[in-house]
Design a protein around this ligand. Structure first.
Ligand code: ZN
Length: 343
């Protein structure tokens, strides 16, 4: 039997939502970073490292379950989504993309992206994309040509023909950068500048604040990011307010969008923390900190992210209309532009 990813609220969750988040999170939400999948597309058996989290605890991320999670974590909000598969290393891409398309079609405002790898057959893929009405591509570092998910460059994840296809149709490319310094890596920022200039109709979205879980990578390339008009950013799973503030200050609020990284990251209890030039996920199960001096309970990653977004917006004095743009209107406009084939 499939287990249900039904998050339950603790007193700590209720207090954080009530005291900090309820008045901040707008009524209308567009989540631009949603994973929709079935474990059966993973190509994994039940003894691998992904099994416990994705096979056992969250084996299905369909529209109904996502709606249910959002209703528990952000009650009363109306949520649309930009959805794509979970990047299982041995994924059945065709089945995964068909499932995403079917689920995203349940809400007319929502849309789906195709999970892609560099060795896809070009002709089949273009047809699949059209048939499924998917509006963009989601490459990922574990599929990179050369087989190095840590050091790979954008072009290793996204071959020229896929970028050209995205340019021809004005599609979104949702990019999770690799390399240790992420967007501050000299090759990454140079590659992005070159690709964005050569493919002005591609709508690039850099996931996880350009994979900056702290402020320094964004600050290091702020002026260069500001100069890239066809690049957007999502805030999914970034929990440090400094990082989100640095991004908003660098590129302005008009190109920053809310994303949840659910399922399952947002509903897990824990927080992405930054230190030195590193970041890591801290959870109840992966540390043995002595927390006897305080209330040591952890809340959802999503609540930590929303707290960080709130503090960043407050510190920058953003008006309510800009908060609503970040949570919904910018994404609606972007997706509408892709659907119109706007050039
Ligand atoms: Zn993700």
């Amino acid at each position: 039997m499939e287990s249900e990813p039904q998050p339950r609220l603790t007193d700590v969750d209720r207090r954080i939502w009530g005291e900090e988040l309820d008045a901040f999170v707008p009524e209308r939400i567009f989540d631009v970073h949603t994973h929709v999948y079935r474990w059966q597309f993973s190509g994994e058996n039940d003894s691998g490292p992904l099994y416990d989290l994705l096979g056992n605890r969250f084996p299905v991320a369909d529209w109904q379950r996502l709606d249910r999670c959002d209703a528990v974590l952000m009650p009363g909000r109306r949520v649309s989504r930009l959805a794509f598969g979970f990047p299982f290393p041995n994924c059945d891409f065709e089945a995964a993309n068909r499932f995403v398309a079917g689920e995203a079609a349940k809400d007319p405002a929502s849309a789906g992206l195709a999970l892609v790898h560099p060795r896809l057959a070009e002709e089949d893929f273009e047809r699949q994309l059209r048939d499924l009405k998917l509006i963009g591509l989601k490459p990922y570092r574990c599929y990179a040509a050369g087989g190095d998910p840590v050091a790979c460059r954008i072009g290793d994840m996204l071959p020229d023909w896929q970028t050209a296809l995205a340019e021809r149709h004005g599609l979104i490319v949702m990019l999770h950068l690799a390399r240790r310094d992420a967007i501050a890596d000299p090759q990454n920022i140079a590659d992005l500048e070159r690709l964005a200039a050569r493919h002005p109709h591609v709508k690039w979205i850099l996931a996880h604040c350009a994979r900056s879980y702290s402020a320094w990578p964004i600050e290091r390339v702020a002026a260069r990011l500001r100069g890239l008009p066809n690049v957007w950013f999502d805030t999914s799973s970034v929990c440090e307010s400094d990082a989100i503030e640095a991004l908003l200050a660098a590129v302005g609020p008009d190109r920053v969008m809310y994303g949840s990284d659910d399922l399952p990251v947002g509903v897990l209890r824990g927080k992405y923390i930054a230190f030195g030039y590193a970041w890591a996920y801290l959870s109840p199960d992966n540390q043995s900190l002595d927390l006897s001096h305080c209330n040591g309970q952890m809340t959802f990653t999503r609540y930590e992210q929303l707290r960080a977004m709130r503090r960043a917006c407050q510190r920058l004095g953003l008006p309510r209309s800009q908060v609503e743009d970040i949570f919904c209107n910018t994404a609606l406009r972007l997706i509408e532009a892709v659907r119109r084939g706007a050039r």
